[in-house]
Design a protein around this ligand. Sequence first.
Ligand SMILES: [Ca+2]
Length: 107
Amino acid sequence: MEPKCSRLDMCVGLLIDTFCNFSGTDDDSSTLSKGELKTLLQKELPFTLDHATDKARLDEVFATLDGDKDGVINFEEFVSMVGAVAALCHEHFSEMRKQAECQMPAL
Ligand SMILES: [Ca+2]
């Protein structure tokens, strides 16, 4: 019997699988082109990064993610984006939780 994967193991697998699903649509399956990134954002983060697929916003997001400025997004750059999105979501939900606690009536 194989050991059960942890939730974090599954998250890592999903990151790799997601990257590969979108990076393989052109000649270079090891990176995301701007078009591949746009499709990935539209399909995988439609609510988190809304408007990121508008031309000007996509150019801005792409330039920010492309840390080594080689014109494509490699796996490490993709993971940095996911980490930044996760940090923003964590901050947002923490703030919502604090606000909800403040609005609870005292017993
Ligand atoms: Ca790059």
